[in-house]
Design a protein around this ligand. Structure first.
Ligand SMILES: [Zn+2]
Length: 281
């Protein structure tokens, strides 16, 4: 895995000891690529059903960088899908990644938190990557659940078919529960939002950060204990909140999957990337 030369990322690989283990320290970048206006009542199950206050969603992919290594979490969607689904497209995830010196063609590992359309599109963007998914997500996306329109709606048929093709080309790494992707990066099955939803733990200079992805779309979901309405299993969503807090070094180490507040709470790595990329570590 190599990165394009980038001017302002003097990324150094730092090793330190956790007990007997050496762990790699990673930088984390959230690349914001799309936006969608919604209201609070659409985002919070068990909240006020009449709350029409604006509560928009941002769409992200995440890049983990350590020295010359880069790993990508989720692949986003493209402009055509944004049009089909009525989302506002801001930039291709590839453009955002290139802006921080990550060459998608050089990425060797992509973690797919779950296979909804906004997390598993852009099929040809990472031609050399292995894709990390949970056993249960593949089962969910290819099994009887997809015969139900409600469960099927957030999935795109082509995303799923393309993942099946990767299986046959030995480009998928399956995980069942908790696992290590590479030193300092772990995946953890939480289910809830989808059957095989996984969150990603990342060792950073400020401690253990958890990319919750859609295990908590917004800070409000996990902080108020109110699930996002698209769920496979509500009690798993709620247990997932507990698990995420247990995995992260503090509540401030949890990164929700779609919250525009992430763009306010974290700094852009360079001024010209304001609104497009923030650094989370
Ligand atoms: Zn999502």
């Amino acid at each position: 895995m190599t990165r394009l030369p980038g001017p302002s990322f003097a990324a150094v690989r730092v090793w330190y000891n956790v007990g007997a283990m050496s762990e790699t320290v990673w930088e984390i970048y959230a690349v914001r690529y799309a936006h969608h206006d919604r209201t609070a009542r659409e985002n919070l199950l068990g909240g006020d059903p009449h709350d029409n206050a604006p509560m928009p969603l941002d769409y992200f992919v995440w890049a983990l960088v350590s020295g010359d290594d880069a790993l990508v979490v989720d692949t986003g969607f493209d402009r055509a899908m944004a049009q089909r689904r009525g989302r506002e497209f801001l930039q291709s995830p590839a453009e955002g990644l290139a802006a921080i010196g990550v060459d998608p063609a050089a990425v060797g590992d992509v973690v797919i938190t779950h296979m909804h359309y906004d997390h598993s599109g852009n099929h040809d963007m990472f031609p050399n990557a292995r894709y990390h998914v949970q056993d249960r997500e593949m089962r969910f996306a290819t099994g009887r659940a997809m015969t139900h329109a409600f469960a099927r709606f957030p999935f795109d048929e082509e995303d799923v078919v393309r993942m099946v093709r990767r299986v046959f080309r030995n480009r998928v790494v399956f995980h069942d529960g908790d696992d290590t992707v590479t030193p300092g990066v772990t995946v953890h099955h939480v289910g809830g939002h989808t059957m095989g939803m996984q969150v990603v733990g990342v060792n950073t200079r400020r401690g253990r950060v958890v990319l919750a992805s859609d295990a908590s779309h917004l800070y409000a979901n996990i902080e108020r204990g109110l699930p996002f309405p698209v769920t496979y299993d509500i009690s798993e969503v709620l247990e997932g909140y507990r698990r995420i807090y247990a995995l992260a070094d503090s509540p401030g180490h949890v990164i929700p999957g779609h919250d525009p507040l992430v763009m306010e709470r974290y700094p852009a790595p360079r001024p010209e990337l304001e609104g497009r990329v923030v650094r989370l570590d």
